[in-house]
Design a binder for this molecule. Structure first.
Ligand code: ATP
Length: 446
């Protein structure tokens, strides 16, 4: 857990940005408040038709860079429901707590390390003594509710990688340095969930545990910090919105020997986006002790036996999606008309291509549908025949669709369509036969 202060300042250039993005998310189907027809359920969100595409793209971009493009990292999908033994061994039962205080005046509850001694609700400074509040969701597996059936919803995906360390080692024949990556839901009973999907009680994480020979831990920590920064840059994140903050010794989590946060400049100030931690051998040793299993690596060539150290880059997928939206949001003018545009990298946009027949007339439908079917295996496509073409371009700009393909009556004669670019609004004529090549060249890096 990090205890970094929540910045309170709002830069004037980002005034209203948060409200605008939250509003866009609701209006265009990225993110809905959960259980809305029943008045909502605090701090839970549902991902709508566009949000589910984008969230999937964020996770795919991470998986591609962390697993698919490497031969030293493999994937895992471990259970969410887990026995108390895992969390007793990992230290979460004892240490995964936040300091909880009650305001004596208005009775609101707060995380003591986040409020600076003043109640954000009523301004009172009269609080109860802080008490430790465990953030794990507890439940029972099976019909009997007793101590023997206690189970937890995992508060992080990481432990699945440690408990499966030996399984992965023997089934893949990997040897350190190698990693295990996982994307999935985690649950934390946060005292004060806040800031839209920045901090929620149910969220998705993307974590990778990289197991290394002990003497190489610092080297790999630096390596992964640089790799992770490069990932954001490659997806179009401007450098000035990210910074690295190294944790002081007194701030380190119970498991960590070295931690750096990759911070993003949120509308409320710098705050954590991703953590990169050198966890030493804390976790494997904890599970060796807890389970009695030998969670170690035996190097047959040298006869050496050791418990690897672990470097962990850990990021919230939902928090990452929010950050890409905040960074992409812009308002500008096209031909004297105001527009809202999301400058999302094409790989993250909910739709890559919108296929737009100029009119709803039946003659255009055949060719338009053929173009759509040709593009669908390669790109997530929207097909929209409603409203004027200008209105439709604006609607696509607003959700970040990088390319619009318009089919008009000339297309029936010359077999060509118009490709419009979201960022420059430039339009070029392109033969249908060459459309896939045209889009591929726009998608190519550089
Ligand atoms: P904090 O101190 O802010 O509660 P943390 O430092 O404990 O968070 P980690 O345990 O390092 O967070 O989690 C790794 C990543 O998972 C975070 O950097 C963040 O991107 C994401 N994350 C953690 N908690 C939440 C949450 N409640 N909602 C959304 N994302 C979260």
């Amino acid at each position: 857990m990090t205890d970094d202060e929540q910045g309170g300042s709002t830069a004037s250039s980002t005034d209203g940005l948060m409200e605008k993005v939250v509003n866009l998310c609701k209006r265009r189907g990225f993110v809905f408040p959960s259980a809305e027809i029943y008045g909502g359920f605090r701090s839970t969100y549902d991902y709508g038709p566009l949000g589910v595409n984008m969230l999937r793209n964020v996770k795919d971009a991470w998986w591609r860079s962390m697993v698919k493009m490497r031969d030293d990292v493999v994937g895992l999908d471990a259970a969410i429901l887990s026995p108390a033994a895992i969390w007793a061994a990992s230290g979460h039962l004892e240490n995964f707590t936040d300091p909880l205080v009650d305001c004596r005046k208005c009775k609101e509850r707060w995380r003591a390390d986040r409020i600076d001694g003043v109640c954000p609700n009523c301004g009172s400074t009269d609080f109860t003594e802080p008490r430790s509040f465990n953030l794990m969701f507890k439940t029972h597996a099976g019909p009997v509710e007793d101590e023997g059936t206690v189970a937890y919803l995992r508060p992080e995906t990481a432990q699945g990688m440690f408990t499966n360390f030996a399984n992965v080692l023997t089934t893949t024949r990997k040897k350190p340095p190698f990693g295990i990556a996982q994307v999935g839901k985690s649950f934390r009973n946060e005292i004060t969930p806040q800031n839209f999907v920045f901090r929620t009680r149910e969220f998705e994480q993307m974590e990778m545990e990289y197991f290394v020979p002990p003497a190489e831990a610092s080297k790999w920590f630096e390596y992964w910090l640089a790799e992770r920064l490069a990932w954001y840059r490659d997806l179009g994140m401007p450098d000035d919105l990210l910074r690295v903050r190294h944790h002081e010794a007194d701030e380190l989590s119970h498991y960590s020997a070295q931690t750096a946060d990759i911070e993003f400049l949120f509308p409320w100030g710098w705050d954590e986006l991703e953590g990169v931690a050198n966890r030493g051998d804390f976790d494997l040793q904890a599970h060796i002790k807890g389970s009695g299993e030998r969670l170690e690596y035996f190097d047959q060539a040298s006869g050496e036996r050791y418990v690897p150290h672990v470097i962990e880059p850990a990021l919230g997928a939902t928090r990452a999606m929010m950050v890409f939206l905040l960074a992409a949001y812009a308002e500008d003018e096209v031909a004297g008309e105001a527009r809202t545009v999301l400058h999302l990298d094409w790989r993250l946009a909910p739709y890559q291509v919108a296929v737009l027949p100029l009119s709803r007339k039946e003659e255009l439908a055949g060719l338009s549908r053929r173009v759509l079917s040709m593009l669908q295996p390669h790109y997530m496509c929207d097909y929209d025949t409603t409203q004027s073409i200008g209105r439709r371009y604006r609607r696509q700009d607003e959700v970040g669709t990088p390319w619009c393909v318009t089919i008009d009556f000339d297309s029936l004669e010359d077999g060509a369509v118009t490709v419009r670019d979201r960022d420059t609004t430039e339009q070029v004529r392109c033969p249908v036969d060459g459309l896939l090549a045209e889009l591929a060249s726009r998608a190519a890096p550089g």
